[in-house]
Design a protein around this ligand. Structure first.
Ligand SMILES: C[C@](O)(C(=O)O)[C@H](CC(=O)O)C(=O)O
Length: 312
């Protein structure tokens, strides 16, 4: 309640993200998450923003590489689940190509906003897309891309949502049917994106630190996101380095995936080879469920008179 008796509404993730970006000295770091457990782990670590990776969503939900197989429904459901775990912490979610023409893009923006997503990125790859750090990417024409962005901004404005529209271009390492591609094309596309009214930029597959500097210098002055893909096309840098260059958001989409794949592989290999799981400290069921809210859930049950878990 406020002093005049009205109900104070919780600050949305979108507003919180905008507030964080209002501080020009700050760089927001968002680790990639793709399911409930990675979301819980990132939240437990105290990250103030999360990034829902499309690559991770594709691999964890479908068991498939990041080639545009995830539908709007897959991505929206995952984003909604992730954003609901702690609505105070903003979630930036991958929205790939927007999943169709302008009306699909608009539908995606409205649905992500209703689900509590704080920001999303729309790119200029064709529907048969691939991870931005693979070679041979094909782009839609400038006009088709701009239409996607116009649809996204119009849907944001008409729904009076504060969701941030992040324009991603894959032009640095891709080209359209007319052969337009490369650094200049990417700069041109994002400069036009700012005219259309997007809130931030995602210049995919920056190839060197010098280019990273150029990106910041040459683009209009709205927040620029830096994509740190281990083993990808962009040299890795720390938060402090990214901040010094002027990047305002840094995402680490596959950090969790790399860690999970390595450790789960080791556990399964050990079990297969030796008939026993690897040695080392274990959380046990109690510890695992504690990570996912066990105590809070039981306390809630008890607070409304439930008896199911008392004494557990
Ligand atoms: C950011 C990204 O879109 C993602 O899905 O997380 C990917 C990351 C990856 O595939 O490594 C991308 O950069 O295209």
């Amino acid at each position: 309640m406020t002093s005049n008796g009205s109900i104070e509404r919780p600050v949305s993730g979108a507003r919180r993200l905008r507030q964080m970006l209002n501080d020009p000295s700050k760089t927001v770091v968002a680790p990639g998450v793709y399911d409930g457990i990675t979301t819980r782990l990132a939240l437990a670590q105290g990250f103030e923003c999360l990034y829902m990776t499309g690559a991770g969503t594709s691999m964890s939900r479908l068991g498939m590489a990041d080639l545009g197989l995830t539908t709007f429904t897959d991505m929206h459901q995952n984003a909604a689940m992730i954003a609901s775990i702690d609505p105070k912490v903003p979630v930036i979610a991958d929205a790939d190509t927007g999943y169709g023409g302008p009306i699909n893009v608009a539908n995606t923006v409205r649905a992500y906003a209703r689900a509590g997503v704080a920001g999303l990125h729309i790119e200029d790859q064709v529907q048969e897309k691939r991870c931005g750090h693979l070679s041979g990417k094909l782009l839609v024409s400038r006009e088709v891309y701009y239409n996607r962005l116009r649809a996204a901004c119009k849907a944001r404005d008409e729904s009076e949502s504060e969701i941030m529209i992040i324009a991603r271009t894959d032009a640095r390492a891709g080209k359209d049917a007319e052969g337009n591609g490369g650094f200049e094309e990417a700069t041109l596309r994002l400069t036009q994106a700012a005219e259309i009214g997007v809130d931030a930029f995602f210049f995919e597959a920056i190839q060197s630190e010098e280019e990273a500097k150029q990106v910041i210098e040459r683009l209009p002055k709205i927040p620029v996101l830096l994509n740190m893909v281990e083993g990808g096309k962009t040299p890795l840098m720390t938060t402090a380095q990214a901040n010094k260059l002027g990047f305002r958001i840094v995402i680490w989409p596959i950090t969790g995936l790399e860690a999970v794949v390595a450790s789960v592989k080791h556990a399964y290999q050990t079990l297969q080879k030796t008939g026993m799981t690897p040695e080392g400290p274990k959380l046990g069921p109690q510890g695992l469920f504690d990570l996912c809210g066990l105590k809070d859930l039981m306390a809630f049950d008890e607070s409304v008179g439930g008896k199911a878990y008392s004494g557990s």
